[in-house]
Design a protein around this ligand. Structure first.
Ligand code: FES
Length: 119
């Protein structure tokens, strides 16, 4: 359990997302002005990288592929794949994924860096 430097603050613009490898974890960082959030980087449904088209609105993060949606406050699953873009493939592979909340990581700014707490 430790704080890790994730990214230089100057390397991420407001309203943008970045994927990072921190140790063995893939993390998605989102910046909105001076606020940051960090979640696990791959969608719980079929492991789509959430920074590739993920949408943040109304306090939730929605995966672009099949619209799985999680609340950002605590990562709770709000909706599980309501829109299968490729119905046969998506439904089949999705059956092997266990419905699960999205991991949300604590963040803090230290000097020029954003740090993420890995537990
Ligand atoms: S991969 Fe994200 S909803 Fe299916």
């Amino acid at each position: 359990m430790t704080w890790r430097n994730a990214i230089k603050l100057s390397k991420i613009k407001s309203k943008s997302m970045r994927m990072l490898n921190l140790g063995t974890k893939i993390i998605m960082i989102y910046r909105e002005e001076e606020d940051f959030l960090a979640t696990e980087g791959l969608c719980r449904h079929m492991r789509w990288p959430l920074s590739w088209g993920g949408k943040i609105e109304d306090g939730c993060l929605t995966c672009p592929l099949h619209q799985t949606r999680h609340r950002l406050e605590d990562g709770e699953l709000m909706e599980w794949a309501p829109f299968p873009l490729f119905p046969p493939y998506g439904k089949f592979v999705g059956k092997f994924s266990r419905k699960k909340n999205l991991k949300i990581y604590k963040t803090r700014k230290t000097g020029d860096y954003l740090q993420v707490f890995l537990d």
